[in-house]
Write a protein that binds this ligand. Sequence first.
Ligand SMILES: [Zn+2]
Length: 301
Amino acid sequence: MAVEIPFRREFSFEYGRLEPVTSMIRRIVARNPSPFTFRGTGTYVVGYGGVAVIDPGPDLPEHIDALLASLCAERITHILITHTHRDHSPAAQAVKEATGAPTYGFGRHAGGKRGDPAVEEGGDWDFVPDRTLRDGDRIAGNGWQLEAVHTPGHTSNHLCFAMPESGVLFSGDHVMGWSTSVVAPPDGDMAAYMASLDKLLARRDSIYWPTHGPAITEPQAHVRAFIAHRREREAGILDCLRMRIGRTDGIVDRLYVGLQPGLHRAAGRSVHAHLIDLVDRGIVESDGPPTVDARYRLVES
Ligand SMILES: [Zn+2]
């Protein structure tokens, strides 16, 4: 691969400890490490006294108890959800019950149906936000303000949260330092994901705090590398199609050299996301509906 992504995997933290990462932001990491969550879910706490919690995390009692105990002398006033994957939103229910704080998010989980096999953490079909947020909506709390930035792609309901005056963007799973994002149809959408990367490039945020892993201190270079990486992947897929490699599995075998076996399915979904985008753009066609198992070929011009 020619494109070098400046991955960031240096990450120092202690499970179960709410630690300050800036003067206004604290983070506590859940013990749910996996090939999709890196060391685990980083739950952010914004402000002091009356605080917002961003992505309370998985339904893991040890994590929820540690979060609530750390904030027992303060008040949680807002629970914000970047998106409805099971490593992000399920703990919202317990935190809401314990504190009475309302939940905020774009909306319910969408795409596919409950019980569909998931390539990563899977959808949280139970989460329904008390207050729905749209792009540009602002929430103000005790000495802090957050703005919703709708960034569909990883999921259709993905939001980033910006702190307008400080240059901070909580980037959820849309842009992470340790890994690329999974873009898995039907809810994941490659065209939307690329547009959401362009959307961040047009902004002036100076630091990203993703839900998994360390901060990204040069966000523009990072986002540009992700865009270049996906374009390169798309070019590789088109090369495969020229060589009459028309099935997802064959394309994955050719393009993802040295892939961990556990990630083969996720890679297939990502290739599938590219293929759907290429079909939508009239560059590629499939035998029958553009499913993950279909055979794809270039449209003759
Ligand atoms: Zn996710």
